[in-house]
Design a protein around this ligand. Structure first.
Ligand code: SAM
Length: 292
């Protein structure tokens, strides 16, 4: 049956991800039908059922998660900082309105409280309807949800968190503020001693100048700053980076500090070996002298 809904990025049964953030290239996914489309207070929110990659969440024309490969991103952005922290009791997630990062964080018995601050209630609402395997994260008793701006939230919560995970969209619209120096300064103030920040760090193939700027400015604030990446096929160029900062000097964030307790839940992407490798592969290619 033909869907009554339409979207400018869907033509002839294909969704095409065109944006100025990656000029001259576009990821396409074949659409079975559109499940939801609205203009929320903050962004264009689209969910469609694809022919081969499950349900897909798209914000302002950019793919945020597909049911097919989301586990790679959610596991890495959550488990890398938590496993690099000696005693992660209090965790803050900024963004993350699909719930997938929450689903991963609550696998850790050491974590006692998780707060998620998502600016757009529409993302939470549609994820609960159409992305049940991600939004399951919202139902865990350790989780508190705040609908609001992560930047503003940090101003009121100094010294509160062991780990802060910024699962944000790209640096346009409401997430623009989450890539600036002011945001990294606020996160530092909100960390407890020994705290770790892990942010969505874009793609080395496409956004090297932005990544270098963020690394350079955060190195002025945090004594330990590192970059890791993961393979996520439906993100631009098929990979996604993570910027990790710790307010303790001399830390090696590429080393997990505990055995992962997998007695209740399996991981599909994250393991201790993948954790370590994520910090080292590509380093020569992207950070070497020929890229200065
Ligand atoms: N993993 C995805 C990616 O990199 O494509 C992003 C996931 S998506 C759930 C990111 C979320 O960040 C969106 O739901 C968006 O509404 C939220 N967000 C953007 N700016 C924000 C802000 N200033 N405060 C809190 N949440 C924000």
């Amino acid at each position: 049956m033909a869907s009554p809904l339409s979207h400018p990025n869907i033509v002839d049964g294909w969704f095409r991800e065109t944006t100025a953030l990656w000029p001259g290239q576009a990821m396409s996914l074949q659409v079975e039908h559109i499940l939801h489309h609205e203009k929320s207070l903050f962004q264009d929110v689209l969910v469609f059922k694809s022919t081969n990659h499950g349900n897909v969440l798209v914000l302002d024309g950019v793919i945020q998660a597909t049911e097919w490969d989301e586990f790679a991103y959610q596991e890495m952005i959550a488990h890398v900082p938590i496993m690099a922290h000696a005693n992660p009791k209090d965790v803050l997630v900024i963004g993350g309105g699909d719930g997938g990062v929450l689903r991963e964080i609550v696998k850790h018995p050491e974590v006692e409280r998780v707060t998620l601050v998502e600016i757009d209630e529409a993302v939470i609402r549609v994820s609960k309807l159409y992305l049940p395997n991600m939004s399951i994260g919202f139902s865990h008793p350790k989780v508190t949800v705040v609908v609001g701006d992560g930047f503003e939230y940090l101003k009121k919560n100094e010294g509160s968190f062991d780990v802060i995970i910024t699962d944000s969209s790209d640096p346009v619209g409401p997430a623009d503020v989450l890539f600036g120096e002011g945001f990294y300064a606020l996160m530092k103030k909100s960390l407890k001693s020994g705290g770790i920040v892990c942010t969505q760090g874009e793609c080395q193939w496409l956004h090297l100048p932005l990544i270098k700027d963020v690394l350079e400015s955060s190195r002025k604030m945090y004594p330990t700053v590192e970059y890791a990446w993961a393979s996520v096929p439906t993100y631009p160029c098929g990979n996604m980076g993570f910027i990790l900062c710790c307010n303790e000097a001399g830390r090696d964030l590429s080393k997990p500090l505990r055995q992962f307790d997998l007695s209740k839940d399996e991981n599909r992407y994250y393991s201790a070996a993948v954790h370590e490798a994520a910090f080292h592969a590509f380093e020569e290619v992207f950070w070497g002298p020929s890229n200065d």
